[in-house]
Design a protein around this ligand. Structure first.
Ligand SMILES: [Fe+2]
Ligand SMILES: [Fe+2]
Length: 251
């Protein structure tokens, strides 16, 4: 079932998480069989990706705090929220009787993780923020919003709580990049060129498993690109810059 979603504003954490109001027929959207072996097998990797993503988000915010000591306390609070998310998603796997495949998830994140670590060691705050607070948060927000529509009731409730926090994190990164745009634009464009294609390939890698969970690749990509471009707009980039940056996802 397809229905066009309203364009969400990244400005507010109160933005609607799902588009049920505008698409009433989606209330009765068919849900997957959460007890099937196929579902559990796919969930073992998807759940691991989410758990690993939340853990790395925690570590990344703590790391960014070492580059901006004056904001370290604030970043620590964001990191603590990520730990809470990690525990929530761990509970979702346990609730379904699924063992998360953590080694798969670590490999899944390895390229982005490596790029973040390199940027960190070179003191590149802009690149660190782009990878964690914009790309990863926009990816999480869009994937979680898609997941909420087809999740089991336990996971749905947890994910709805998590996604509100992720908007706060995205806004945090946006605000920093917006205030520093004049000096960080070149680095931002360069970091986008390198890391946006990685997000795209991560989506390709996860598409088959996501589809078992009734999360379709086209919808995930569309939601992500909307969230990402909205975010670039909030940072203060113009339409031409945003279009140029978005091209990195398709080339
Ligand atoms: Fe999170
Ligand atoms: Fe986050």
């Amino acid at each position: 079932m397809n229905c066009s979603m309203p364009k969400r504003s990244m400005q507010t954490i109160d933005a609607p998480a799902i588009g049920l109001i505008d698409c009433p027929e989606q209330v009765s959207q068919e849900l997957p069989d959460f007890t099937s072996e196929a579902y559990k097998d796919a969930y073992s990797r998807i759940n691991a990706i989410v758990i690993e993503g939340e853990k790395e988000a925690h570590d990344n915010y703590i790391s960014i705090g070492t580059l901006i000591p004056v904001q370290a306390e604030e970043l620590k609070k964001l990191a603590q929220m990520e730990m809470k998310h990690m525990r929530g998603f761990t509970a979702c796997g346990k609730n379904l009787g699924v063992q998360a495949d953590m080694s798969f998830a670590q490999k899944f994140f390895s390229q982005l993780h490596g790029n973040f670590q390199n940027a960190l060691s070179e003191g590149k705050i802009t690149t660190c923020f782009l990878i964690q607070a914009i790309l990863i948060e926009a990816f999480a927000i869009s994937a979680y919003n898609v997941y909420i529509r087809v999740a089991d009731p336990f996971a749905k409730k947890i994910t709805e709580g998590v996604v509100k926090d992720e908007y706060i994190h995205l806004n945090y990164g946006q605000e920093w990049l917006k205030s520093n745009l004049a000096s960080c634009k070149d680095e931002l464009m360069e970091a986008n060129k390198i890391n946006l294609p990685i997000i795209r390939s991560m989506l390709d890698q996860v598409a088959e498993d996501a589809s078992v969970l009734y999360m379709e690749k086209e919808e995930l990509m569309e939601e992500f690109m909307i969230a990402y471009q909205d975010s670039l707009n909030e940072i203060g980039l113009n339409n031409r810059d945003i279009a140029r940056m978005a091209l990195a996802a398709v080339i």
